[in-house]
Unconditional design. Structure first.
Length: 78
């Protein structure tokens, strides 16, 4: 196994996306449709704007708040 496995930028990005999707309870289609412009900082975490999906077929604006985890927690999605 490669000594550098799990340390690249792609790995960090993938872990962040999975944590965000898990804590936000996003559908798979919602998670892969996320763009950087959909993420908005908030003093207690972040607000994620969602695009139209199976659950929101009308296309009405929808967003979810993602709370910041405890300080120093390795599981903080923000």
């Amino acid at each position: 196994m490669d000594a550098q496995a799990g340390k690249g930028l792609a790995t960090v990005r993938n872990r962040a996306l999975l944590a965000l999707a898990y804590f936000g309870a996003f559908r798979r289609s919602e998670a892969v449709a996320l763009r950087i412009e959909d993420l908005h900082p908030w003093r207690e975490g972040m607000i994620v704007g969602l695009r139209p999906s199976k659950a929101n077929q009308g296309g009405a604006p929808e967003s979810r708040a993602i709370a910041r985890g405890p300080a120093g927690s390795p599981y903080c999605p923000v």
